[in-house]
Design a protein around this ligand. Structure first.
Ligand SMILES: [Zn+2]
Ligand SMILES: [Zn+2]
Length: 327
């Protein structure tokens, strides 16, 4: 175990006792940067309970099975050596923040250093880790003077997700700014699409990243498309079934049956009205997002028998998201 006057693993230059120890003993992090440091230190010192307690219930890393979660965290900590933490960027805006850092880590003298952009979200007075995206290479292209443009997500249980959204009358500068922020929010959560109600705006708008299916069946994220006042028609009779998830219902993936093809008439960001036929995954993402602006969630489209089993899972999720407590 680390000695009282050892330097803190988070590289703050302070001793552990003066730095991350306080947080590990229950003091709340004053900002996401402090939380980031204390989580790195918790990994270095093999304190899985702290990692679990500071993970947002909406995080894709969140697990109901605390026992196996704890065991895999512990396994990672004991198999790795934590050499250094370097903070590259920190942005905060209200209840959201991102921290980009390089963690100098090795595993059995094997270098496994990585650079990650982590997203943090506050519930009440507690900062929590939500998600991390690995950055290409070790020197990411950072806009350090830019503003954080993430928007808070509406989670399952929020009434805005059940409302039928209003048409958009005009493409204003404010709307364009909102769309940019939606794209940033979608990307920070590694989502394929996001609809306006999911960021608390009840308007008929969604954005997607064109899904590209790779050879091994993985879905990669392609270019951004913006759909304003979309109207769906002519769904194909042929349907297909696959697992869907939703940023507003984190951790849940269920089989959903949808038409293979759909026609969409929509207004673009430039005000042009297009009518296009979409297929496969792209059609699926569009139909999922279009459901959002009608107050429909993918769980409403799950087979009845399976849907019944979801009730306890959904109420547990709703409670977790309200309390912000993993433990
Ligand atoms: Zn520290
Ligand atoms: Zn969704």
């Amino acid at each position: 175990m680390i000695q009282k006057d050892n330097p803190c693993p988070c590289c703050s230059g302070k001793t552990y006792a003066e730095c991350c120890k306080r947080l590990h003993e229950g003091t709340l992090a004053k900002d996401a940067l402090e939380l980031m440091r204390s989580r790195y230190t918790a990994y270095a010192l093999n304190l899985p309970d702290y990692i679990i307690a500071t993970t947002h219930p909406g995080s894709p890393h969140y697990s109901e099975n605390k026992f196996s979660w704890k065991r895999s965290l512990s396994k990672f900590s004991s198999a790795s050596q934590f050499h250094k933490l370097k903070i590259l960027d920190f942005k905060e805006r209200k209840s959201l923040a991102t921290v980009t850092f390089t963690a100098y880590v090795s595993e059995d003298s094997h270098d496994s250093t990585f650079t990650e952009k982590s997203t943090f979200e506050k519930i009440g007075s507690r900062w929590l880790y939500r998600n991390g995206l690995l950055q290409e290479g070790h020197t990411p292209n950072l806009v350090t003077n830019g503003q954080l443009r993430l928007l808070p997500l509406a989670y399952y249980g929020d009434a805005v997700l059940r409302r039928k959204a209003d048409p958009i009358a005009e493409i204003t500068e404010d709307l364009k700014k909102l769309i940019e922020e939606m794209i940033e929010t979608m990307d920070a959560s590694d989502g394929l699409g996001i609809a306006a109600p999911q960021i608390h705006h009840s308007i008929r708008l969604f954005v997607i990243r064109t899904p590209i299916e790779s050879k091994d069946g993985e879905i990669e994220h392609g270019e951004v498309k913006v759909f304003i006042n979309p109207k769906l028609s002519l769904p194909s009779e042929k349907t297909w079934k696959t697992a869907e998830g939703c940023l507003s219902i984190p951790g849940l993936r269920e089989q959903v049956e949808r038409p293979k093809e759909i026609t969409v008439e929509y207004t673009t960001l430039d005000g042009a009205v297009l009518k296009e036929r979409f297929f496969g995954w792209e059609a699926r993402v569009i139909m999922h997002e279009n459901d959002h602006i009608n107050g429909v969630l993918f769980i409403d489209r799950v087979e009845a028998k399976q849907r019944l089993k979801l009730d306890p899972v959904l109420s547990a999720l709703e409670k977790r998201l309200r309390d912000g407590r993993a433990l």
